[in-house]
Design a protein around this ligand. Structure first.
Ligand SMILES: Nc1ncnc2c1ncn2[C@@H]1O[C@H](COP(=O)(O)OP(=O)(O)OP(=O)(O)O)[C@@H](O)[C@H]1O
Length: 261
């Protein structure tokens, strides 16, 4: 098994303050990780490092066998699929949904003068179909609901068959039906033998899709616990992560949590 992401003693300092500190973490190619933690814990910073968008202040980060700082990130980034709110903001609202997905194959976020091959079009159609977006192909991205936009972003992130898929809060702000539908699609995708290593960030255990294999719990830039999902998502670990006594239930691979009353 090969390592897709390897953090060794990673520290990120901003405004003189460490926002990540002493992080040691490895993601193998068959892993599907969830990163959980409160606001400001450093989750997005970890994703930005894994996306080769950010360098650590000290320590080392290896992504897909390349060490950040010693590799051309412009060659590395196309191998990584990313769906995040930052990406949503970059996509022009007046872009057709089909084009918003297809532009991923050129690593651009708006159609310009690139010439797309038939194979790009076919791949975009297949991905739209797989993520139940065929009916939206001719709509403008900016006219989609939050849920439809989130689904489009995920479809876009897998368009290029990435070797690493990063999902930043893929189901945040979705209604119950849209959340469950997206989680079911993510579970199906994660179960495929062809799926890449996945790292997703969320604030809520309810948003962990079945098929996630590992969890990293983060608080104030430090790892509280990291390892196989069932061993890591415990009441004690979650209580420490979120700083209040919590109880946790698991049923059929899905989790719920609430404060101890
Ligand atoms: N450029 C910066 N200067 C100062 N502080 C920063 C900077 N960038 C991030 N931070 C701080 O680093 C911390 C971690 O930020 P990050 O966005 O990684 O957290 P997060 O866990 O993703 O939070 P959220 O759940 O709210 O999205 C936060 O306290 C944030 O304010």
């Amino acid at each position: 098994m090969s390592e897709v992401v390897k953090f060794s003693d990673v520290r990120v300092v901003r405004s003189g303050r460490p926002i990540l500190d002493g992080l040691n973490w490895t993601v193998e190619e068959t892993d599907r990780w969830v990163i959980l933690g409160p606001n400001g814990a450093g989750k997005s910073t970890i994703l930005n490092l894994a996306a080769a968008q950010l360098h650590p202040s000290s320590g080392s980060v290896e992504v897909l066998g390349e060490r950040l700082g010693r590799t051309d990130v412009f060659e590395l980034r196309p191998r990584i699929g990313i769906a995040s709110t930052a990406m949503a903001r970059q996509l022009p609202g007046e872009e057709l949904v089909a084009d918003a997905v297809m532009t991923a194959s050129y690593g651009v976020t708006g159609r310009w003068n690139e010439s797309y091959d038939e194979i790009d079009r076919e791949q975009a159609e297949a991905v739209l179909d797989e993520w139940q977006l065929s009916g939206f192909a001719d709509r403008l991205f900016g006219t989609l609901s939050d849920g439809e936009q989130k689904r489009t972003l995920t479809a876009r992130a897998v368009m290029t068959d990435p070797e690493l898929l990063l999902l930043d809060e893929p189901s945040a702000s979705l209604d119950l039906g849209a959340r469950e539908s997206l989680l079911a699609s993510l579970s199906e995708y994660a179960a495929s033998d062809f799926a890449p290593a996945i790292i997703m960030v969320t604030h809520h255990v309810e948003e962990i899709p079945v098929g996630i294999t590992h969890a990293l719990l983060l608080r104030e830039g430090r790892i509280v616990a990291a390892g196989p999902l069932a061993e890591t998502i415990t009441a004690a670990n979650l209580s420490e992560t979120f700083g209040l006594p919590l109880q946790v239930n698991e049923q059929d691979g899905r989790y719920t949590a609430r404060a101890v009353s």
